[in-house]
Design a protein around this ligand. Structure first.
Ligand code: NOJ
Length: 528
């Protein structure tokens, strides 16, 4: 018998439309068992922190059994828990506790590929070419006289070819690492297994899924060569001609996913859809497909008025013809953190505070990456500390994503700052982070963490945030300002100088407004 995780949270069909989600990169959030790696017990121990911060829902990155070739995005069994992270009983307890605190829980679904350790792939390796075991993946004969050339010219996102040869001479496709063989979604068994995984977690009470590589899964008939190109790099903007992604057949899979979700009222899915063409992105958001798709335009925008304004305008345009709201992201576990993107140090933090008010004023859903609320920057790690497969696969030319995955500091003045009971953590934590911890920031009303808490409280309670959409309103040169239907005005100043505050009651500001002006690189919320 599972605990009943529905006892506290009311079923609300579209709670996600304006929800604030908090992304937990499980290895790096909190370590409950002292091995230097984050885990479910650690998350559970910090749930009251998250409820107090004011988030509506969690997205927990993969915690399933995995050999960790891609830190959990290589799933060996999608219906169990990796022992490093805990067990199913601990997951159930986490879910129950989160719901009791009014926090919904969404988890990662990784349909595009499995781990090479998955029992299906192990069976495929020992089975013969043409067997049903191989038909769950994409095995093909090679090209050239002796089949020693890969079946097509596709590159892996992580560097090198997207094909690896097995001893009997066939090749298998892996858009990511060789340890992540792509599943064959033209095989009904594969789709049925995905549905089984969804039901497994939905029956336990999860509130939804974040779908990994949601623009992957379907592959073109015959796997033809793609437009010759350099390796497009990790999660780059996969344009037309990149046949690895955004094939029309992917929508069949999304309809199946949605049909399962619709059996569980109040559940949802957000897709990781790296598709920049607005019309094509909108296809993923049709009535019978995803409820949300991450919008990565803010995540890739520079700290300039034109970039930020375009990111907002384009993102709203992308969803305007669909039933979905926009879904805003400033940072995640795949990209440099925005404090660092915005210049780092005191400058980066000042801009990150302003960006928080911008993000949280926008209509739609918002995702906070763990540590955003602390102003965590990226960390330059020494070569020997790097863990991301990109580092090895690129022949040590690309450092990968470890810099944005450093464990969270919680308290104290030395590594691991309350993250773990031991000082050594899976990625090393730097000296000098005492001021970043929630312990240090909670007492400071001017800290970025205090700003997030105030912003989330207001967002949840003030009628100024009512209504969809926004209107741009006149603002001094070098500034942007918009008004929400409920009366909220958000003004961001990138002009290089302080500007006079406009009319209206100040709800919140990212910097001190002592002399009645809004300083450079800061933002204010007004009720106008
Ligand atoms: C996207 C995930 O966010 C990333 O971390 C992962 O490496 C790839 N998908 C492959 O699963």
């Amino acid at each position: 018998m599972h605990p009943d995780p529905h006892t506290v949270l009311p079923v609300s069909a579209d709670w996600w439309r304006s929800a604030v989600f908090y992304q937990i990169y499980v290895r790096s959030f909190a370590d409950g068992n002292g091995d230097g790696v984050g885990d479910l017990t650690g998350i559970r121990s910090r749930l009251s922190y998250l409820a107090d911060l004011g988030v509506d829902a969690l997205w927990i990155t993969p915690f399933y059994p995995s050999p960790m070739a891609d830190h959990g995005y290589d799933v060996a069994d999608p219906r169990d828990v990796e022992p490093v992270f805990g067990d199913l009983a601990e997951f159930d307890a986490l879910l129950t506790d989160a719901h009791r605190l009014g926090v919904r829980v969404t988890i990662d679904l990784v349909p595009n590929h499995s781990s090479h350790d998955h029992e299906w792939f192990q069976a495929a390796l020992t089975a013969a070419p043409g067997s049903p075991e191989r038909a769950r993946y994409l095995f093909r004969e090679g090209r050239g006289p002796d089949g020693s050339e890969p079946p097509n010219n596709w590159p892996s996102v992580f560097g090198g070819p997207a094909w690896t040869r097995v001893p009997d001479g066939q090749w298998y496709l892996h858009i990511f690492a060789p340890e992540q063989p792509d599943l064959n979604f033209a095989n009904p068994e594969v789709v049925a297994d995905l549905e089984e995984t969804m039901r497994f977690w939905l029956d336990r009470g999860v509130d939804g899924f974040r779908i990994d590589v949601a623009h992957g899964m379907a592959k073109p008939e015959g796997l033809p060569d793609m437009v010759p190109m350099e390796d497009t790099g990790l999660l780059a903007d996969h344009g037309p001609g990149d046949l690895r992604f955004d094939q029309d057949g992917v929508h069949v899979v999304h309809r199946r996913i949605r049909a399962v979700l619709d059996e569980y009222p109040g559940t949802m899915a957000v897709g990781e859809v790296w598709v920049s063409d607005d019309a094509r992105l909108a296809q993923y958001l049709r009535e019978d497909e995803l409820q949300l798709a991450f919008n990565f335009k803010l995540l890739t925008a520079d700290w300039t008025v034109s970039d930020l304004r375009d990111a907002v305008t384009d993102s709203l345009a992308a969803v305007s013809g669909s039933p979905a709201p926009a879904c805003w992201v400033l940072s995640n576990h795949d990209r440099p953190r925005h404090v660092t993107r915005y210049g780092g140090g005191e400058l980066g933090t000042r801009r990150a505070k302003a960006a928080a008010l911008l993000q949280l004023a926008l209509p739609g859903a918002a995702y906070i990456y763990n540590g955003d609320e602390l102003g965590m920057p990226d960390v330059d790690l020494p070569d020997e500390a790097l863990q991301d497969p990109i580092w090895e696969r690129s022949g040590h030319t690309e450092r990968g994503r470890d810099a944005c995955r450093i464990p969270m500091p919680w308290s104290g003045s030395e590594p691991s700052y309350g993250f773990s009971s031991q000082a050594d953590t899976w990625l090393p934590m730097p000296a000098g982070w005492a001021a970043l911890t929630p312990e240090a920031q909670a007492a400071d009303p001017a800290s970025i963490q205090s700003l997030y808490r105030s912003a989330l409280t207001l967002r949840a309670s003030s009628p100024a945030f009512a209504g969809d959409g926004l209107d741009w309103v006149p603002a001094p040169d070098g500034c942007l300002a918009f008004r929400r239907p409920g009366g909220l005005v958000c003004l961001v100043n990138l002009s290089g100088a302080a500007i006079p505050l406009p009319e209206g009651q100040v709800l919140l500001a990212s910097a001190d407004l002592g002399d009645g002006t809004l300083p450079h690189d800061s933002a204010v919320w007004l009720q106008a």
